[in-house]
Design a protein around this ligand. Structure first.
Ligand SMILES: [Zn+2]
Length: 447
C-alpha cells in the first residue's frame, strides 16, 4: 500500500503541486545563490518567466562538473547554520562532490525512503538489516531514515562482515535486507559454504540498488534467498536513495517521487526534451530542497518515463530500470556497450556464476573486449569427475564441452551487444569480491 496520499493523486493535482514548487525553487536559488543567479542572468531568465511546467526548458542544465567546480559549498543555498548533515560522493576521479541537507531536506529524504520501504512491503513488523554503507555514502543513512519512519526495526550493520551478516540474519530474525545486489550474491556464496539454507530463515524481502544490475540478477537473488526484491534508484547529488522505487506488486519500473524530484528525459547529445516514452538521459530538478537545490541536473543515467497507471494504485510516473550510466558506458569500436547487458547474458547460462569482469584493451589501433567469467563449483566438480572417470578419449570430449560453453557464451554476448568479445572462463572464487559496490570494468586503454 502507498505510504503517502501524494502517491495516488491525479496528474493535474500533481502538476499543480509541481509548478508551485518549481516556481518557489527557482526564486529561492535566484535570490540566494550567486552561481545560479549569474547563470540565469547570463541567459536572461528571471524566476517570473516560469509560468508553466514546460517553462522548465528555459532553465540551464547543471552537471557533475558544475558541482566539482563549486566544491565544496558554493552551490549550497541555505546558510551554514541551517545545514544539519553533510554527505559526499566517493570521488574516484578528482575531488568528490559535497552535499548538504537542512532539517527540511532530511524530512523529505526520510519521506521519500519511507515510500520506498512501503513500496517493497516493509512495515513496522519488519526487522531490516541495512547492509548499505553508513558514512559519507548516502545509502546507509537514507535506508535507515526510511525504515525508521515506517516503524521497522533497523539493524545498522553497514557493508562488509559477511559472516556476521549471516549470523545476525539467523539470530535477530531479519525479514528484510537493503543492500547492493552483488553483495547479496556474495553473502549467499559464503553462506552456502557454511551450510546455510537461506530459504529456511525469516527473510522475505529486499531492496537492492546503488549499482547497475539486470533483471536476471534479480531473478537469481529472489530464487537463492526465497525473497522478493525491489529495485531502488537515487543519487547523492539529488538526495541519495529514494529518488524512485519499485512497488512489489509489479516490480516493473520505478515510481519517481515526483513531488520532490521533477523528471525529464533529454537527448544526451542535443539537450532537447524527448517525447514521453522515448529513451534518453534522465534529468532531475529538486523542487523541495533547500540545502543544495539542483536545477535540471544531468544524471547521465539512461531510462524512459511511463505515465500509465500502475496496478499498485500509485499515479507517480515510472522510470524504466536504468539500462546503464552514460559514465559506465563503454564505447568500443564505435558501439555503446553497458556491462549490465553482458551480465544479463551470463546470468541466463548454467555452469557460470554472476561474477565477471569486463576488460577493455587496445591492441594496435583496435579496441578489444574480454570478459572473464567464473565457472561454478558444480561445473568444476563435474568436469574433474568426468576426467578422473574416463579415458583419454573422454578428456578430449570434456575439453570440447568446455570450449563449446565458451563459444556459446561469446556468441550470445555478441548477439546482445553487437560486437565480438573474447570470453575467458576462470575457476570459482578467482575474481575479487567487493563488500560494497561491485567493480565490473577494467579499462586498460591509454587515456
Ligand atoms: Zn506500482
Amino acid at each position: 500500500m502507498a505510504w503517502s496520499q501524494k502517491e495516488t493523486i491525479s496528474r493535474s493535482e500533481m502538476q499543480a503541486l509541481q509548478l508551485a514548487a518549481l516556481q518557489k525553487t527557482v526564486s529561492y536559488v535566484y535570490e540566494r545563490n550567486t552561481y545560479y543567479r549569474q547563470k540565469l542572468d547570463a541567459i536572461g531568465v528571471k524566476p517570473s518567466n516560469i509560468k508553466s511546467l514546460d517553462d522548465i526548458r528555459l532553465l540551464p542544465f547543471t552537471t557533475k562538473q558544475d558541482l566539482r567546480d563549486n566544491y565544496p559549498f558554493k552551490l549550497f543555498t541555505a546558510p551554514p547554520e541551517e545545514i544539519v548533515e553533510y554527505h559526499a560522493t566517493s570521488g574516484t576521479t578528482g575531488k568528490p562532490i559535497a552535499v548538504g541537507y537542512t532539517r527540511a531536506d532530511l524530512e523529505v529524504w526520510s519521506e521519500a525512503m519511507a515510500r520506498t520501504c512501503a513500496g517493497a512491503g516493509i512495515d513496522s513488523n519488519d526487522v531490516v538489516q541495512n547492509i548499505f554503507g553508513y558514512g559519507l555514502f548516502t545509502g546507509g543513512l537514507g535506508a535507515h531514515y526510511g525504515a525508521l519512519r515506517v516503524g521497522a526495526g533497523v539493524i545498522p550493520i553497514s557493508g562488509g562482515n559477511t559472516q556476521k551478516q549471516i549470523m545476525l540474519m539467523q539470530d535477530f530474525g531479519t525479514t528484510a535486507l537493503t543492500s547492493t545486489p552483488s553483495f547479496l550474491v556474495h553473502i549467499h556464496e559464503v553462506g552456502e559454504l557454511m551450510g546455510i539454507d537461506f530459504k529456511k530463515l525469516n527473510l522475505k524481502k529486499a531492496i537492492c540498488g546503488a549499482e547497475p544490475w539486470s533483471e536476471s540478477m534479480r531473478q537469481s537473488i529472489q530464487e537463492k534467498f526465497g525473497i522478493k526484491v525491489c529495485d531502488i534508484y537515487g543519487l547523492s547529488e539529488i538526495t541519495g536513495p529514494g529518488v524512485s522505487f519499485e512497488c512489489w506488486e509489479e516490480q516493473n519500473g520505478l515510481h519517481i517521487n515526483e513531488d520532490f524530484f521533477y523528471p525529464e528525459i533529454i537527448d544526451p547529445d542535443t539537450g532537447d526534451v524527448l517525447p514521453s516514452g522515448d529513451e534518453g538521459e534522465l534529468v532531475f530538478t529538486t523542487i523541495n530542497k533547500y540545502g543544495q537545490p539542483l536545477l535540471r541536473y544531468r544524471t547521465r543515467d539512461i531510462s524512459t518515463l511511463s505515465y500509465e497507471t500502475c496496478s499498485c494504485g500509485r499515479t507517480l510516473v515510472k522510470m524504466a530500470r536504468v539500462s546503464g550510466r552514460s559514465d559506465d558506458m563503454l564505447i568500443i569500436r564505435g558501439v555503446n556497450v553497458f556491462p549490465s547487458q553482458i551480465e544479463s547474458v551470463i546470468l541466463k547460462r548454467e555452469g557460470v556464476s554472476p561474477h565477471y569482469m569486463v576488460i577493455v584493451e587496445r591492441k594496435g589501433a583496435m579496441d578489444s573486449l574480454r570478459v572473464k567469467v567464473e565457472v561454478t563449483e558444480e561445473f568444476m566438480i563435474k568436469a574433474a569427475a568426468d576426467i578422473l572417470a574416463g579415458d583419454g578419449f573422454d578428456i578430449l570430449e570434456d575439453v570440447a564441452a568446455v570450449r563449446g560453453k565458451k563459444d556459446n557464451l561469446m556468441q550470445d554476448i555478441k548477439d546482445v551487444i553487437g560486437i565480438s568479445v573474447e570470453v575467458q572462463l576462470v575457476p570459482p572464487n578467482s575474481i575479487q569480491r567487493s563488500e560494497g559496490k561491485a567493480k565490473r570494468v577494467e579499462d586498460r586503454r591509454p587515456q
